[in-house]
Design a protein around this ligand. Structure first.
Ligand code: GLP
Length: 242
């Protein structure tokens, strides 16, 4: 695992946007896995700036989703599909056709999970997967004690994650869905290059357990230690317990 410490979130976003730019230079139709939450926003801003200035051609990039809430009505502004459309697809000038994700409104949720896992493989696999980290060490929505070999499936959110995410739902935990679809840890580890970004002191414990602790399902992000080419980018605050 490669650990890179940067001064702040902006520098982390710039560094990872550079990695995406280099990938698109080598492989213009690369499949880029994107994460939601506040942490990756500097990456999307830096990448958008590069595309708008003409420094990067992302016109053939393909984008895929990491996870999704179950049961939000289609078009809900906080469904991760809506979030990725708003924060990634539209700013980069891509079409919805270049974007794939699991169907959180499906009647048969497990069938939707299986279909998504299969679709990722049929698309040639994820070239670069962006990840954030939950305060409890989750990646995607793989909460503590998720199997390290897990595939895309339905999960129940912990109380802590629902509290953490209530800020996107008018600070009302009752509005935060209880169930989600997430790429499994095994699915995530199939990406050719997973890059986790963590910023701020609130992530320092989770980062220390991810990087320096044992590989354990109780810290799902620690599974990245098993990947031959994983990168963890942390700002100084998130690195403060390393
Ligand atoms: C959610 C997402 C994760 C994300 C995490 C942290 O749980 N499913 O992919 O990493 O939030 O979010 P933030 O970056 O806002 O702290």
């Amino acid at each position: 695992m490669e650990v890179v410490i940067v001064p702040d979130a902006t520098a982390g976003g710039e560094l990872i946007a550079e990695a995406i730019a280099a990938l698109l230079g080598r492989k213009p139709d690369a499949l880029l896995g994107v994460a939601t939450g506040s942490t990756p926003l500097p990456i999307y801003q830096a990448l958008t700036a590069k595309v708008r200035s003409g420094a990067v051609d992302a016109s053939r990039a393909r984008i895929c989703q990491l996870d999704e809430y179950v049961g939000l009505p289609p078009g809900h502004p906080e469904s991760y599909r809506s979030v990725v459309l708003r924060e990634v697809i539209e700013p980069l000038g891509l079409s919805e056709k270049s974007f794939m994700g699991p169907d959180g409104a499906a009647e048969d949720v497990q069938a939707a999970c299986d279909a998504y896992d299969k679709a990722l493989a049929e698309a040639g696999g994820v070239d670069l997967q962006l990840l954030g980290i939950g305060t409890d060490g989750h990646i995607g929505f793989n909460e503590p004690c998720s199997s390290l070999a897990s595939r895309t499936r339905i999960k129940t959110l912990t109380e802590q994650t629902r509290i953490d995410n209530a800020r996107f739902f008018d600070d009302d935990i009752e509005q935060v869905p209880r169930h989600v679809i997430t790429q499994g840890i095994g699915t995530i580890l199939e990406a050719r290059h997973p890059i986790l970004l963590a910023t701020g002191e609130g992530k320092a414990d989770a980062v220390a357990r991810t990087v320096e602790g044992p590989v354990a399902s109780v810290v799902p992000a620690s599974a990245l230690q098993l990947h031959p080419h994983a990168t963890v980018v942390v700002d100084e605050a998130a690195a403060s317990k390393l």
